[in-house]
Write a protein that binds this ligand. Structure first.
Ligand SMILES: Nc1ncnc2c1ncn2[C@@H]1O[C@H](COP(=O)(O)OP(=O)(O)O)[C@@H](O)[C@H]1O
Ligand SMILES: [Mg+2]
Length: 453
Protein backbone atom coordinates (compact mmCIF):
# COMPACT_ATOMS: atom_id res chain seq x y z
CA UNK A 1 0.00 0.00 0.00
CA UNK A 2 1.13 3.53 -0.61
CA UNK A 3 0.75 6.36 1.89
CA UNK A 4 0.80 8.98 -0.84
CA UNK A 5 3.05 11.07 1.44
CA UNK A 6 5.91 12.60 -0.51
CA UNK A 7 9.13 10.74 0.23
CA UNK A 8 7.66 8.28 2.71
CA UNK A 9 6.77 5.59 0.21
CA UNK A 10 10.19 5.91 -1.39
CA UNK A 11 11.89 5.74 2.00
CA UNK A 12 9.87 2.73 3.21
CA UNK A 13 9.35 1.03 -0.12
CA UNK A 14 5.61 1.41 0.54
CA UNK A 15 3.49 0.40 3.52
CA UNK A 16 2.60 -3.16 4.48
CA UNK A 17 -0.55 -4.29 2.70
CA UNK A 18 -2.37 -4.86 5.97
CA UNK A 19 -1.46 -4.78 9.65
CA UNK A 20 -0.12 -2.27 12.09
CA UNK A 21 2.18 0.69 11.58
CA UNK A 22 3.34 2.36 14.78
CA UNK A 23 3.98 6.08 14.57
CA UNK A 24 5.71 7.30 17.71
CA UNK A 25 7.08 10.69 18.68
CA UNK A 26 6.93 13.75 20.89
CA UNK A 27 4.30 16.49 20.94
CA UNK A 28 3.92 18.63 17.81
CA UNK A 29 6.31 16.53 15.73
CA UNK A 30 3.64 15.67 13.15
CA UNK A 31 2.15 12.30 14.07
CA UNK A 32 -1.44 13.42 13.73
CA UNK A 33 -0.67 15.23 10.49
CA UNK A 34 1.08 12.19 9.03
CA UNK A 35 -1.73 9.84 10.03
CA UNK A 36 -4.33 12.24 8.66
CA UNK A 37 -2.47 12.38 5.33
CA UNK A 38 -2.34 8.59 5.23
CA UNK A 39 -6.15 8.49 5.40
CA UNK A 40 -6.75 11.59 3.30
CA UNK A 41 -4.42 10.53 0.48
CA UNK A 42 -5.88 7.06 0.60
CA UNK A 43 -9.28 8.50 -0.28
CA UNK A 44 -8.20 11.25 -2.67
CA UNK A 45 -5.39 9.48 -4.52
CA UNK A 46 -6.35 5.83 -4.30
CA UNK A 47 -10.11 5.80 -3.69
CA UNK A 48 -9.67 3.92 -0.41
CA UNK A 49 -11.99 4.71 2.47
CA UNK A 50 -10.73 5.58 5.92
CA UNK A 51 -11.63 5.91 9.58
CA UNK A 52 -9.87 8.18 12.08
CA UNK A 53 -10.40 7.29 15.72
CA UNK A 54 -9.21 10.07 17.96
CA UNK A 55 -8.87 9.67 21.69
CA UNK A 56 -7.75 13.23 22.22
CA UNK A 57 -9.31 15.61 19.71
CA UNK A 58 -12.82 16.62 18.79
CA UNK A 59 -13.99 16.39 15.22
CA UNK A 60 -14.10 20.19 14.89
CA UNK A 61 -10.53 20.57 16.11
CA UNK A 62 -9.25 17.86 13.82
CA UNK A 63 -11.11 19.06 10.70
CA UNK A 64 -10.12 22.66 11.39
CA UNK A 65 -6.41 22.03 11.83
CA UNK A 66 -6.18 19.66 8.86
CA UNK A 67 -7.91 22.20 6.66
CA UNK A 68 -5.03 24.61 7.33
CA UNK A 69 -2.82 22.06 5.54
CA UNK A 70 -5.25 21.71 2.65
CA UNK A 71 -7.01 18.51 3.75
CA UNK A 72 -10.77 18.88 3.58
CA UNK A 73 -12.19 16.05 5.70
CA UNK A 74 -15.69 17.55 5.63
CA UNK A 75 -15.74 16.98 1.92
CA UNK A 76 -14.44 13.41 2.26
CA UNK A 77 -17.12 12.71 4.84
CA UNK A 78 -19.83 14.09 2.55
CA UNK A 79 -18.62 11.78 -0.20
CA UNK A 80 -18.89 8.82 2.18
CA UNK A 81 -15.13 8.23 2.01
CA UNK A 82 -14.36 9.03 5.61
CA UNK A 83 -15.59 8.70 9.16
CA UNK A 84 -14.23 10.45 12.24
CA UNK A 85 -14.75 8.88 15.65
CA UNK A 86 -14.15 10.89 18.78
CA UNK A 87 -13.65 8.36 21.58
CA UNK A 88 -12.92 8.38 25.29
CA UNK A 89 -11.10 5.76 27.29
CA UNK A 90 -11.39 5.75 31.06
CA UNK A 91 -10.91 2.06 31.85
CA UNK A 92 -10.32 -1.26 30.12
CA UNK A 93 -14.01 -1.90 29.58
CA UNK A 94 -14.55 1.38 27.85
CA UNK A 95 -11.65 0.55 25.57
CA UNK A 96 -13.25 -2.73 24.54
CA UNK A 97 -16.36 -0.75 23.60
CA UNK A 98 -14.19 1.65 21.59
CA UNK A 99 -12.60 -1.21 19.67
CA UNK A 100 -16.07 -2.58 18.90
CA UNK A 101 -17.16 0.81 17.61
CA UNK A 102 -14.07 1.10 15.42
CA UNK A 103 -14.54 -2.38 14.01
CA UNK A 104 -18.17 -1.62 13.25
CA UNK A 105 -17.19 1.54 11.41
CA UNK A 106 -14.56 -0.34 9.43
CA UNK A 107 -17.07 -2.97 8.40
CA UNK A 108 -19.81 -0.45 7.64
CA UNK A 109 -17.60 1.75 5.48
CA UNK A 110 -15.45 -1.01 3.99
CA UNK A 111 -12.45 1.04 5.00
CA UNK A 112 -8.88 0.12 4.08
CA UNK A 113 -7.18 2.66 6.35
CA UNK A 114 -7.65 3.39 10.02
CA UNK A 115 -5.86 5.49 12.64
CA UNK A 116 -5.84 5.23 16.45
CA UNK A 117 -4.68 8.60 17.79
CA UNK A 118 -3.29 7.90 20.31
CA UNK A 119 -3.02 4.54 21.95
CA UNK A 120 -1.40 5.87 25.13
CA UNK A 121 -4.65 6.25 27.07
CA UNK A 122 -5.14 2.53 26.63
CA UNK A 123 -1.67 1.11 27.04
CA UNK A 124 -1.11 3.23 30.12
CA UNK A 125 -3.78 1.07 31.75
CA UNK A 126 -1.79 -2.07 30.97
CA UNK A 127 1.47 -3.66 32.01
CA UNK A 128 3.99 -4.81 29.40
CA UNK A 129 2.59 -8.31 29.07
CA UNK A 130 -0.96 -7.05 28.64
CA UNK A 131 0.14 -4.38 26.19
CA UNK A 132 1.97 -6.94 24.12
CA UNK A 133 -1.03 -9.26 24.06
CA UNK A 134 -3.31 -6.37 23.23
CA UNK A 135 -1.24 -5.22 20.24
CA UNK A 136 -1.01 -8.79 19.02
CA UNK A 137 -4.77 -9.12 19.20
CA UNK A 138 -5.27 -5.79 17.53
CA UNK A 139 -2.92 -6.82 14.75
CA UNK A 140 -4.93 -9.94 14.08
CA UNK A 141 -8.16 -7.91 14.09
CA UNK A 142 -6.73 -5.41 11.63
CA UNK A 143 -5.42 -8.12 9.34
CA UNK A 144 -8.80 -9.83 9.40
CA UNK A 145 -10.50 -6.55 8.65
CA UNK A 146 -8.10 -6.14 5.73
CA UNK A 147 -6.90 -2.72 6.85
CA UNK A 148 -3.68 -0.90 7.54
CA UNK A 149 -3.83 0.67 10.97
CA UNK A 150 -1.67 3.60 12.08
CA UNK A 151 -1.23 3.37 15.84
CA UNK A 152 0.00 6.61 17.32
CA UNK A 153 2.18 6.69 20.41
CA UNK A 154 2.92 9.84 22.35
CA UNK A 155 6.51 9.63 23.54
CA UNK A 156 9.45 11.85 24.46
CA UNK A 157 11.02 14.16 21.86
CA UNK A 158 14.01 11.92 21.23
CA UNK A 159 12.10 8.65 21.18
CA UNK A 160 14.10 5.42 21.09
CA UNK A 161 12.72 2.00 20.32
CA UNK A 162 13.13 0.94 23.98
CA UNK A 163 10.56 3.53 24.94
CA UNK A 164 7.90 1.60 23.04
CA UNK A 165 8.59 -1.54 25.00
CA UNK A 166 7.61 -4.88 23.56
CA UNK A 167 4.89 -3.49 21.27
CA UNK A 168 7.51 -2.52 18.70
CA UNK A 169 8.07 -6.22 18.06
CA UNK A 170 4.42 -6.84 17.30
CA UNK A 171 4.01 -4.17 14.67
CA UNK A 172 4.48 -4.59 10.94
CA UNK A 173 6.28 -1.28 10.65
CA UNK A 174 7.59 1.24 13.16
CA UNK A 175 8.23 4.90 12.46
CA UNK A 176 9.91 7.07 15.07
CA UNK A 177 9.49 10.82 14.62
CA UNK A 178 12.02 12.86 16.55
CA UNK A 179 13.06 16.38 17.24
CA UNK A 180 16.74 17.13 16.96
CA UNK A 181 18.49 20.34 17.97
CA UNK A 182 20.69 21.67 15.27
CA UNK A 183 22.45 24.99 15.54
CA UNK A 184 19.61 27.48 16.01
CA UNK A 185 16.80 25.23 14.88
CA UNK A 186 14.77 22.27 15.92
CA UNK A 187 14.67 19.86 13.04
CA UNK A 188 12.52 16.83 12.42
CA UNK A 189 13.92 13.40 11.81
CA UNK A 190 12.25 10.13 10.82
CA UNK A 191 13.72 6.81 11.82
CA UNK A 192 12.32 3.80 10.04
CA UNK A 193 12.89 1.20 12.68
CA UNK A 194 11.25 -1.56 10.82
CA UNK A 195 9.13 -2.19 7.77
CA UNK A 196 8.21 -5.85 7.80
CA UNK A 197 8.65 -7.58 4.51
CA UNK A 198 9.71 -4.38 2.79
CA UNK A 199 13.17 -3.27 1.86
CA UNK A 200 14.33 -0.29 3.89
CA UNK A 201 17.31 1.25 2.22
CA UNK A 202 18.41 3.51 4.95
CA UNK A 203 17.06 4.16 8.40
CA UNK A 204 17.16 7.92 8.89
CA UNK A 205 15.54 10.75 6.98
CA UNK A 206 14.84 14.38 7.60
CA UNK A 207 11.26 15.48 7.24
CA UNK A 208 9.18 18.59 7.67
CA UNK A 209 5.58 19.75 7.85
CA UNK A 210 4.28 22.55 5.67
CA UNK A 211 1.22 23.54 3.74
CA UNK A 212 2.97 23.51 0.39
CA UNK A 213 3.45 19.79 0.75
CA UNK A 214 0.01 19.25 2.28
CA UNK A 215 1.53 18.24 5.62
CA UNK A 216 4.45 15.91 6.24
CA UNK A 217 7.01 15.35 3.53
CA UNK A 218 10.08 13.21 3.86
CA UNK A 219 13.20 14.59 2.27
CA UNK A 220 14.38 11.94 -0.18
CA UNK A 221 16.24 12.34 -3.45
CA UNK A 222 13.79 13.97 -5.86
CA UNK A 223 12.16 11.87 -8.53
CA UNK A 224 12.99 12.35 -12.17
CA UNK A 225 10.41 13.99 -14.38
CA UNK A 226 10.56 12.13 -17.67
CA UNK A 227 11.03 14.06 -20.87
CA UNK A 228 13.08 16.86 -19.39
CA UNK A 229 16.45 15.40 -20.18
CA UNK A 230 19.66 17.04 -21.13
CA UNK A 231 18.46 19.49 -23.76
CA UNK A 232 20.77 22.49 -24.10
CA UNK A 233 18.93 25.77 -23.62
CA UNK A 234 20.17 28.96 -25.19
CA UNK A 235 21.09 31.67 -22.70
CA UNK A 236 19.57 34.20 -25.08
CA UNK A 237 23.03 35.79 -25.37
CA UNK A 238 24.82 34.79 -28.55
CA UNK A 239 28.27 35.57 -27.23
CA UNK A 240 27.72 33.50 -24.08
CA UNK A 241 26.22 30.58 -25.99
CA UNK A 242 29.26 30.64 -28.27
CA UNK A 243 31.62 30.54 -25.31
CA UNK A 244 29.95 27.68 -23.44
CA UNK A 245 29.02 25.32 -26.22
CA UNK A 246 25.54 26.47 -27.16
CA UNK A 247 23.96 27.22 -23.81
CA UNK A 248 23.17 25.55 -20.52
CA UNK A 249 21.99 21.97 -20.23
CA UNK A 250 18.76 21.06 -18.47
CA UNK A 251 19.53 19.38 -15.18
CA UNK A 252 22.91 21.06 -14.84
CA UNK A 253 24.23 23.08 -11.94
CA UNK A 254 26.34 26.13 -12.79
CA UNK A 255 28.42 28.15 -10.38
CA UNK A 256 29.33 31.75 -11.11
CA UNK A 257 31.99 32.82 -8.71
CA UNK A 258 33.66 36.14 -8.35
CA UNK A 259 34.41 38.89 -5.88
CA UNK A 260 31.80 41.43 -4.85
CA UNK A 261 31.08 43.79 -7.71
CA UNK A 262 32.49 41.43 -10.33
CA UNK A 263 29.12 41.35 -12.06
CA UNK A 264 27.56 38.13 -10.79
CA UNK A 265 24.09 39.58 -10.24
CA UNK A 266 24.29 41.46 -13.51
CA UNK A 267 25.16 38.27 -15.42
CA UNK A 268 22.38 36.33 -13.67
CA UNK A 269 19.86 39.03 -14.45
CA UNK A 270 20.99 38.99 -18.09
CA UNK A 271 20.64 35.25 -18.11
CA UNK A 272 17.09 35.44 -16.76
CA UNK A 273 16.26 38.14 -19.29
CA UNK A 274 17.94 36.24 -22.11
CA UNK A 275 16.26 32.94 -21.38
CA UNK A 276 12.87 34.54 -20.87
CA UNK A 277 13.26 36.22 -24.26
CA UNK A 278 13.42 32.73 -25.77
CA UNK A 279 10.14 31.86 -24.02
CA UNK A 280 11.57 30.11 -20.97
CA UNK A 281 10.29 30.45 -17.42
CA UNK A 282 12.69 31.70 -14.77
CA UNK A 283 12.65 31.91 -11.02
CA UNK A 284 15.20 34.28 -9.56
CA UNK A 285 15.95 33.73 -5.89
CA UNK A 286 17.71 36.63 -4.18
CA UNK A 287 19.32 36.12 -0.82
CA UNK A 288 21.21 39.34 -0.39
CA UNK A 289 20.31 42.95 0.33
CA UNK A 290 16.93 42.60 -1.35
CA UNK A 291 18.16 43.89 -4.67
CA UNK A 292 15.36 44.71 -7.03
CA UNK A 293 16.27 42.29 -9.74
CA UNK A 294 13.00 42.68 -11.62
CA UNK A 295 13.84 46.35 -12.01
CA UNK A 296 17.38 45.51 -13.13
CA UNK A 297 16.08 43.04 -15.70
CA UNK A 298 13.56 45.50 -17.11
CA UNK A 299 16.50 47.85 -17.70
CA UNK A 300 17.88 45.37 -20.23
CA UNK A 301 15.27 46.51 -22.70
CA UNK A 302 12.88 43.61 -22.46
CA UNK A 303 9.17 44.05 -22.76
CA UNK A 304 7.98 44.58 -19.16
CA UNK A 305 5.01 42.27 -19.62
CA UNK A 306 7.27 39.43 -20.72
CA UNK A 307 9.43 39.99 -17.69
CA UNK A 308 6.42 39.85 -15.39
CA UNK A 309 4.99 36.82 -17.10
CA UNK A 310 8.15 34.77 -17.35
CA UNK A 311 10.43 35.84 -14.54
CA UNK A 312 9.40 35.37 -10.98
CA UNK A 313 11.58 36.95 -8.33
CA UNK A 314 11.60 35.54 -4.83
CA UNK A 315 13.72 36.43 -1.85
CA UNK A 316 14.74 34.40 1.15
CA UNK A 317 16.90 35.13 4.17
CA UNK A 318 18.74 31.83 4.63
CA UNK A 319 19.86 32.62 8.17
CA UNK A 320 16.25 32.56 9.31
CA UNK A 321 15.51 29.02 8.21
CA UNK A 322 16.54 25.50 9.05
CA UNK A 323 18.05 23.47 6.25
CA UNK A 324 14.83 21.48 5.99
CA UNK A 325 12.88 24.66 5.31
CA UNK A 326 15.43 25.62 2.68
CA UNK A 327 14.98 22.23 1.00
CA UNK A 328 11.26 22.76 1.15
CA UNK A 329 11.63 26.21 -0.35
CA UNK A 330 13.54 24.98 -3.40
CA UNK A 331 11.52 21.81 -3.76
CA UNK A 332 8.25 23.70 -3.85
CA UNK A 333 9.58 26.30 -6.29
CA UNK A 334 10.67 23.63 -8.73
CA UNK A 335 7.57 21.48 -8.33
CA UNK A 336 5.20 24.44 -8.19
CA UNK A 337 6.55 26.90 -10.74
CA UNK A 338 8.24 24.32 -12.97
CA UNK A 339 10.76 26.88 -14.21
CA UNK A 340 13.35 26.20 -16.93
CA UNK A 341 15.90 28.32 -15.11
CA UNK A 342 16.46 28.71 -11.39
CA UNK A 343 18.90 31.43 -10.35
CA UNK A 344 20.20 31.47 -6.78
CA UNK A 345 21.94 34.75 -6.14
CA UNK A 346 23.78 34.08 -3.96
CA UNK A 347 24.76 30.88 -2.17
CA UNK A 348 27.10 32.80 0.13
CA UNK A 349 24.57 33.40 2.96
CA UNK A 350 23.62 29.71 2.90
CA UNK A 351 27.24 28.88 3.47
CA UNK A 352 27.43 31.40 6.29
CA UNK A 353 24.36 30.08 8.06
CA UNK A 354 25.15 26.36 8.11
CA UNK A 355 28.12 24.16 8.76
CA UNK A 356 30.21 23.01 5.87
CA UNK A 357 28.84 19.48 5.87
CA UNK A 358 25.28 20.83 5.81
CA UNK A 359 26.13 23.16 2.99
CA UNK A 360 27.56 20.29 1.02
CA UNK A 361 24.32 18.36 1.52
CA UNK A 362 22.33 21.37 0.38
CA UNK A 363 24.36 21.55 -2.83
CA UNK A 364 23.86 17.86 -3.35
CA UNK A 365 20.12 18.30 -2.89
CA UNK A 366 20.11 21.15 -5.40
CA UNK A 367 22.02 19.00 -7.83
CA UNK A 368 19.47 16.19 -7.52
CA UNK A 369 16.59 18.66 -7.80
CA UNK A 370 18.10 20.14 -10.94
CA UNK A 371 18.54 16.71 -12.52
CA UNK A 372 15.14 15.46 -11.47
CA UNK A 373 13.27 18.49 -12.73
CA UNK A 374 15.35 19.15 -15.82
CA UNK A 375 16.02 22.67 -14.64
CA UNK A 376 19.02 24.81 -15.40
CA UNK A 377 20.26 25.91 -11.98
CA UNK A 378 22.70 28.81 -11.82
CA UNK A 379 24.10 29.93 -8.50
CA UNK A 380 26.55 32.62 -7.51
CA UNK A 381 29.15 32.60 -4.78
CA UNK A 382 31.50 35.31 -3.63
CA UNK A 383 35.15 34.62 -4.14
CA UNK A 384 36.54 35.54 -0.74
CA UNK A 385 34.48 32.88 0.95
CA UNK A 386 34.73 30.33 -1.76
CA UNK A 387 38.44 29.98 -1.37
CA UNK A 388 38.15 28.80 2.18
CA UNK A 389 34.80 27.06 1.95
CA UNK A 390 34.62 25.37 -1.39
CA UNK A 391 36.96 22.47 -1.59
CA UNK A 392 37.50 20.70 -4.84
CA UNK A 393 34.93 18.04 -4.02
CA UNK A 394 32.28 20.73 -3.58
CA UNK A 395 33.18 22.32 -6.86
CA UNK A 396 32.87 18.85 -8.32
CA UNK A 397 29.12 19.02 -7.74
CA UNK A 398 28.87 21.79 -10.29
CA UNK A 399 28.66 20.87 -13.92
CA UNK A 400 29.82 24.28 -15.02
CA UNK A 401 32.07 26.83 -13.45
CA UNK A 402 32.29 30.42 -14.64
CA UNK A 403 34.63 32.90 -12.98
CA UNK A 404 34.04 36.63 -13.12
CA UNK A 405 36.77 39.14 -12.37
CA UNK A 406 37.05 42.88 -12.26
CA UNK A 407 39.95 44.22 -14.23
CA UNK A 408 41.31 47.61 -13.37
CA UNK A 409 41.21 50.07 -16.29
CA UNK A 410 41.44 53.80 -16.56
CA UNK A 411 38.17 54.30 -18.33
CA UNK A 412 34.93 52.30 -18.12
CA UNK A 413 35.08 49.25 -15.86
CA UNK A 414 35.92 46.01 -17.59
CA UNK A 415 35.23 42.50 -16.48
CA UNK A 416 36.58 39.12 -17.40
CA UNK A 417 34.43 36.04 -17.74
CA UNK A 418 36.36 32.83 -17.65
CA UNK A 419 34.54 29.59 -18.57
CA UNK A 420 36.69 27.29 -16.45
CA UNK A 421 34.58 24.20 -16.87
CA UNK A 422 31.51 23.38 -18.95
CA UNK A 423 30.65 19.71 -18.66
CA UNK A 424 30.11 17.87 -21.91
CA UNK A 425 31.08 20.69 -24.22
CA UNK A 426 34.07 21.89 -26.15
CA UNK A 427 33.81 25.28 -24.55
CA UNK A 428 36.04 28.30 -24.90
CA UNK A 429 39.16 28.04 -22.78
CA UNK A 430 40.14 31.71 -22.67
CA UNK A 431 38.62 34.63 -20.78
CA UNK A 432 36.21 37.03 -22.46
CA UNK A 433 36.68 40.69 -21.80
CA UNK A 434 33.35 42.33 -21.04
CA UNK A 435 32.28 45.92 -20.89
CA UNK A 436 29.36 47.11 -18.81
CA UNK A 437 26.70 48.88 -20.82
CA UNK A 438 23.26 50.18 -19.96
CA UNK A 439 21.92 46.91 -21.35
CA UNK A 440 24.15 44.61 -19.39
CA UNK A 441 27.60 43.19 -20.03
CA UNK A 442 28.87 42.58 -23.55
CA UNK A 443 32.16 41.38 -25.02
CA UNK A 444 34.40 44.30 -25.82
CA UNK A 445 35.38 42.96 -29.22
CA UNK A 446 36.97 39.87 -30.67
CA UNK A 447 40.33 41.65 -31.15
CA UNK A 448 40.71 42.69 -27.56
CA UNK A 449 40.22 39.21 -26.16
CA UNK A 450 42.79 38.05 -23.72
CA UNK A 451 45.35 35.60 -25.00
CA UNK A 452 44.86 31.94 -24.23
CA UNK A 453 46.10 30.84 -20.85
N1 LIG B 1 -0.93 24.82 8.44
C1 LIG B 1 0.27 24.45 8.86
N2 LIG B 1 1.35 24.96 8.29
C2 LIG B 1 2.59 24.58 8.68
N3 LIG B 1 2.82 23.71 9.66
C3 LIG B 1 1.78 23.17 10.28
C4 LIG B 1 0.45 23.51 9.93
N4 LIG B 1 -0.38 22.82 10.71
C5 LIG B 1 0.41 22.08 11.52
N5 LIG B 1 1.70 22.30 11.28
C6 LIG B 1 2.85 21.70 11.97
O1 LIG B 1 2.46 20.43 12.46
C7 LIG B 1 2.67 20.37 13.86
C8 LIG B 1 1.54 19.64 14.53
O2 LIG B 1 1.70 18.31 14.24
P1 LIG B 1 0.79 17.20 14.89
O3 LIG B 1 0.66 16.12 13.90
O4 LIG B 1 -0.45 17.76 15.45
O5 LIG B 1 1.73 16.72 16.08
P2 LIG B 1 1.58 15.44 17.01
O6 LIG B 1 2.82 14.65 16.72
O7 LIG B 1 1.59 15.98 18.39
O8 LIG B 1 0.35 14.73 16.63
C9 LIG B 1 2.70 21.80 14.33
O9 LIG B 1 3.58 21.92 15.42
C10 LIG B 1 3.27 22.52 13.15
O10 LIG B 1 4.67 22.51 13.20
MG1 LIG C 1 -1.42 14.45 17.82
Amino acid sequence: MRSGIQGLDEAMGGLPDRGIVIVAGGPGIGKTVMAAQFVYNGAVMFGEKGVYASFSESKEEFYGSMLTLGMDFNELERRGMFRFLSLMVSDKNSFTRCIDEILESLAATKARRVVFDSINATTSLMDDVEARRFIQLLRVMMKNAGVVCFLIYETSNEVKSEELGPVAFMADAVLLLKWRDEENFKVRELEILKARGLPVEKGFYEFDVDRKHGGVWVITPPKTIPGRGGEVLSTGMEWLDAAIGGGLRRGSLTLIKGETGAGKTCLCAQLAAGMSSTGRLCVYVSTEEGEDVAWLIKGFGLNAEDVDARIKTVSIVPEEHSVQRIYSFFDSILCGEKPDLLVIDSLTPFRRSVQQERFYKLLRFLQLLARANGVVVVATFSLSLIEEAMETDMLGLFDNLLILRNIPTNGAPHKLLFPVKVRGSDHRKTPIRLEVTGRGMKPVSEESLMPAT
